[in-house]
Design a protein around this ligand. Structure first.
Ligand SMILES: [Zn+2]
Length: 212
């Protein structure tokens, strides 16, 4: 049975069912098919699913073991999964109690990484509305990782897109696998956006002051 998030939503323009891009802009041929040992679950705030840079969907579609849920309040089935003690489930989200995400550990349980996709405000709302998310161990990425692109207003200089955050976290958890191909469709997406808005506008608005 399809997940609720996989139902095609009403749209004026036709879109690729998989990557949600309009015809002629499909990115599916760039999607890798990476088999991570870690299961990745992305909870996407409903406000985020129509955003042009839906990087959560690209992350999930580039991985064999990943799922996307579009919801503000998690359904019972997901609450039960996330609370399952047979899994080591971690929430990638910064906070005072968040530990750095690590690779090896004494814990032999299969790993599950949960990401929240949305603006900071919406991600915090997801956390607030879902006690099961609050109950998860929080992990965070090491400092110093900065987004390759700045197309969205982010309150923190180091804010990464969901696909970048997921890629970096998986790379730390599973250093033996190369996850960099996950960013291939993201790179193409950004390049397309830059071309669409015009390079001059991009330079002025997103690339910062140019050296004299
Ligand atoms: Zn597509």
């Amino acid at each position: 049975m399809p997940e609720p998030s996989d139902r095609p939503h009403a749209s004026i323009r036709p879109r690729c069912a998989r990557c949600q891009r309009p015809p002629g802009h499909c990115l599916c041929h760039l999607l890798p098919h990476i088999a991570s040992r870690t299961q990745v679950l992305v909870v996407q705030h409903p406000d985020e699913q129509r955003h042009a840079l839906n990087t959560a969907r690209l992350l999930v579609n580039g991985l064999v073991q990943a799922e996307l849920l579009v919801a503000e309040k998690l359904p019972e089935t997901w609450c039960a999964r996330l609370a399952d003690p047979h899994w080591r489930t971690e929430l990638l989200f910064p906070g005072p109690d968040a530990q750095l995400v690590v690779a090896a550990s004494e814990d032999q349980r299969p790993r599950r990484l949960v990401l929240l996709d949305g603006t900071w405000r919406k991600a915090r709302k997801l956390l607030y509305l879902n006690p099961v998310l609050q109950g998860l161990a929080q992990v965070t990425l090491p400092a110093g990782l900065s987004s390759r692109y700045r197309l969205r207003k982010a309150p923190m200089a180091e804010s990464l897109s969901t696909i970048e955050a997921g890629m970096h976290a998986l790379q730390i958890i599973e250093p033996g696998t190369n996850f960099s191909a996950l960013l291939r469709p993201f790179d193409a997406l950004i390049e397309g956006q830059i071309q669409a808005m015009g390079r001059a506008v991009y330079q002025r608005n997103h690339a910062g002051p140019r050296p004299c």
